[in-house]
Design a protein around this ligand. Sequence first.
Ligand code: ADP
Ligand code: MG
Length: 393
Amino acid sequence: MLYNRSNAPGAGADPRVTRARELLRSTYGVGAQTVARAPGRLELFGAHTDYNEGYVASIAIRQAAVAAVSSRADGMVRAVSDQESGPANFSVDELDAGADGQWWDYLAGVIKLLREHGCQIGGADVALVSDVPVGSGVSSSAAVELAYALALAAAAEFEIGAEELALLCQRAENEYVGMRCGILDQFSSTFGQAGRAMWLDCRTLERRAVPITADRAQFVVCDTRKPRELVGSAYNERRGQCEEAARLLGVGALRDLDTATLERRASELNGTLLRRARHVVSENERVHEGVSLLEAGEMVGVGDVINRTHESLRDDYEVSCPELEAMRAAALDAPGCYGARLVGAGFGGCVMALVDASGVEEFIAQVGARYEAATGLVPRIFATQACDGAGVL
Ligand code: ADP
Ligand code: MG
């Protein structure tokens, strides 16, 4: 099997693993046949570049989902999560009916696609334990998909490559659950490495591990907790505008342009399309810049790239909102902050800040208080760093 087993050492010490084994035993009275762990992810560079066939860079984070599995032979799937009240109960023969809007849709989708790939799953008892915040922009969905998929495939002794499994999980989310996510989430969770970022070309799926040379910096995720209603429609509108700009300029995707060319041909686009294209084209360039600076340990330079990404998202792509601006202002004001930007689709969600490791706790306390005073919303703020990707334990 080609699973990334780099997580295996020290697995016994992971309390999430112990809890997942115990949850399986206390709920279903069986021991775990296989256990797999898959982390969430944080995007560092490359905002709205993925669907323009461009570049991104991300890390797998400390927060992870752990799935413990015991096979069954009667076609039934029973599943329990420490984060969800209702347990799941369905048959592997009923999966053609599609998703029913429940937390176990991700499990059902993964099982359906694994079976279509020839993996013999004749039922299973599953226990899930996860500390990846849900809906905080760090992809809890990819984490649970990969934890399920790795543990189920291993229990069925099914051989599948890591890249193929990541793509299968993406299809489960796209086709079964009905969420149109790019490949970044599943690839980050699969191929993340401790102390390294992953650079990814979203057109070719070529990837590279980028050493994060500075250990004095930490990434802090600052979730605004603003309800996100506009996201879907605005996201689709931005995608459409990018496609239209690429069509008018006669290129396959905005990834095929550089800033100089776009400036020369600016008159071929209206003001809105030009601003959208300018964000995507400059952001692709910032991914390369940011990755080089990260590798060189130039945290001040990395912070500057992060700040310019945010300004471009705010002014040219127009996906910020008052809550994100309040969070970012609080972050930039706090001691030890190199830079801060919104991550994810925008209109809510999270700010990511690069913070000097010496003052992270103080940073979290100060930003939380300032943000709450400014907006009346209670944020969720946590620090993380680059950790190893998914693996069977
Ligand atoms: P995110 O940005 O965190 O990926 P999504 O909406 O894409 O948010 O995915 C969240 C969904 O993933 C949850 O609604 C749930 O269905 C599933 N999920 C995530 N974490 C868990 C968990 N611990 N237990 C059960 N389901 C989970
Ligand atoms: Mg998700």
